[in-house]
Write a protein that binds this ligand. Structure first.
Ligand SMILES: [Zn+2]
Length: 63
């Protein structure tokens, strides 16, 4: 299985979390939880940016 790693663009910390359980995978875009903090304009809105929990660096979401 190809495990996609997510890394902070600034401090290069590994942001890939645990594997998402099979029964929950259909509700999420990926196969692993992410440790990055999701920045959204309000609760329930689409995310617009992410923040690294380690160095607090923020970066824009890529489409
Ligand atoms: Zn970082």
């Amino acid at each position: 299985m190809n495990k996609k790693e997510e890394r902070c663009p600034k401090c290069n910390a590994n942001l890939t979390g645990e594997e998402i359980p099979d029964e929950l995978k259909e509700h999420y875009a990926g196969t692993h939880w992410s440790k990055k903090i999701i920045i959204a304009p309000y609760i329930g809105a689409d995310s617009v940016a992410f923040q690294c929990p380690y160095c607090k660096h923020q970066w824009k979401k890529e489409n």
